[in-house]
Design a binder for this molecule. Sequence first.
Ligand code: 13P
Length: 251
Amino acid sequence: MRRYVIAGNWKMNFTPSQATAFINEIKPMVEGKDNCDIVFCAPYVTIAAAMEAAKGSNIKIGAENVHFEAKGAYTGEVSAEMLKEIGVEYVIIGHSERRQYFGETDETVNKRTKAALAAGMKVLLCLGEVKEQRLAGITKEIVSMQTKLDLAGISAEDMKNVIIAYEPVWAIGTGLTATPEQADETCGQIREALAEIYGAEVAEATIIQYGGSMNEKNAAELLAKTNVDGGLIGGASLVAEKFTAIVDAAQ
Ligand code: 13P
């Protein structure tokens, strides 16, 4: 019932010309693989070139963040209206690297999510526990709290445009992956939190991705789990063969 969403997060990689070359390489490799939505989220300056290259294919291009204000004195930020005008449909919000290095909080994540939804975009909302929290046995409490704070004031109707990316921070860029059982369990706990807020129907309909060193080797096992509806992929989204293998695992 839930459709797989396989999304790449390029992070601070790929200039416009590099993105064009990459999309041209991967386009024929994922052609016709329509059992999942395929998205690459790109640095702001790379979005237009990537979109141009992806035209007419089954690949969509998104952004990696968006500001919550409509316009004004926010040096270095980009508004939802700006992204909409160039045709951006998906945006990552709340990535742990934003929270860790750029001071984002559940409050700013919530505000950015509201702004993106108001502009009609689909949000890939990232959350997940750090290593100490997992070791302390409080993962469920952490992801439940983040889910509730990040989605505060967001309607059930708007949840149609929210995808949650469960990304255990200890698994990001480390080569460590949550086991399929851990991923399934924690995505299930996020679903429970959604049920508390919105009821069972919305919880069952919401797409929850796993992110954190998902690759061509572990994707099939992770995606086979009931509560895992896709992947948000960093490193392996920069290599056409690896990303294609993950798309294949979702077929
Ligand atoms: P890696 O796949 O490189 O661990 O990155 C995961 C991630 O942060 C996706 O947003």
